[in-house]
Ligand binder design. Structure first.
Ligand SMILES: [Zn+2]
Length: 276
């Protein structure tokens, strides 16, 4: 049963990833994600439904448009695959919470699970857009605030876990304030998009637990700094060159969300050996 649910979520993830490709392509240009139907950017031929099956179509067409044979970027199937894998991962790690015996706890877990899937899909979109154009569009971040805060609060009300709401609020405000200060005090360091993304990621992570928030926040800086140094070493960037920070915040949040709580638990246990 568990494996079947993971498989179904992976397939759902592929389809959502396919939609995120449309979002990634259109949102930074302020275009509608609903209309018109997808077309080839070179010859404008409408993409038929059977050429729009995630992963499969790209492989069958060997990465080319059926009409004009222009190469279709590998980013498209990569986004689909990444979303599919992350949906499967989210399901595998959160299935224990919504596979509960009482209906109300099951509903609570399910609501939180949907909030996590929304974060995953939005996160994939934001990471790619930020990498491509160093933008974190409000059109993606504001709905993430609305869905994330309302769904996670509802989930905690259902399970009567009011501590989680407190953690999420305190964590979101805390890290959001820290990023705001960096934004003000270090001109040109971060964009306002980074600040707003940090706030909602911290809300999610602290909702999961303090360990998740701490590991996620620290890894974001570690990954970002590591990537910046790497670029300098291979000579692609000079000092002061701006890099997109959003993808590293999101990657840090992924690790923090999955392993932060257990890592924090082990760390506390390690410390307690010196105290007792
Ligand atoms: Zn074409």
């Amino acid at each position: 049963m568990t494996n079947l649910l993971i498989l179904i979520s992976a397939i759902l993830g592929l389809a959502v990833g396919s939609f995120m490709n449309v979002v990634i392509y259109r949102t930074p240009n302020g275009l509608s994600v609903v209309r018109p139907a997808s077309s080839c950017p070179k010859c404008s031929a409408r993409i038929r439904w059977y050429d729009n099956v995630p992963l499969l179509s790209w492989m069958l067409l060997r990465g080319r448009c059926r009409n004009c044979c222009v190469a279709i970027s590998i980013v498209y199937p990569t986004v689909e695959l990444a979303t599919g894998l992350l949906f499967a991962l989210t399901t595998a790690f959160s299935i224990g919470y919504w596979n509960s015996d009482t209906a109300i706890l099951m509903l609570s877990g399910l609501v939180a699970y949907l909030a996590l899937l929304w974060l995953v899909a939005t996160g994939v979109g934001l990471a790619v857009i930020d990498f491509k154009s160093r933008l974190l569009p409000r059109a993606l971040i504001y709905p993430l605030y609305a869905v994330g805060i309302s769904a996670l609060c509802l989930s905690s009300f259902l399970s009567m876990d009011f501590m989680a709401i407190f953690r999420a609020g305190a964590g979101g405000l805390g890290l959001g304030t820290f990023y705001s200060l960096v934004f003000v005090l270090v001109p040109g360091g971060l964009g306002w998009g980074d600040v707003t993304l940090a706030g909602i990621l911290a809300f999610y992570l602290a909702w999961i637990g303090w360990g998740a928030l701490i590991l996620g926040a620290l890894l974001a800086f570690a990954f970002g700094a590591g990537f910046g140094l790497l670029l300098m070493v291979i000579g692609k960037a000079k000092g002061g060159h701006k890099i997109a920070f959003g993808p590293w915040m999101l990657l840090g949040a992924l690790f923090g969300g999955i392993w932060g709580n257990s890592a924090w638990g082990s760390y506390l246990e390690y410390l307690s050996r010196f105290i007792s």
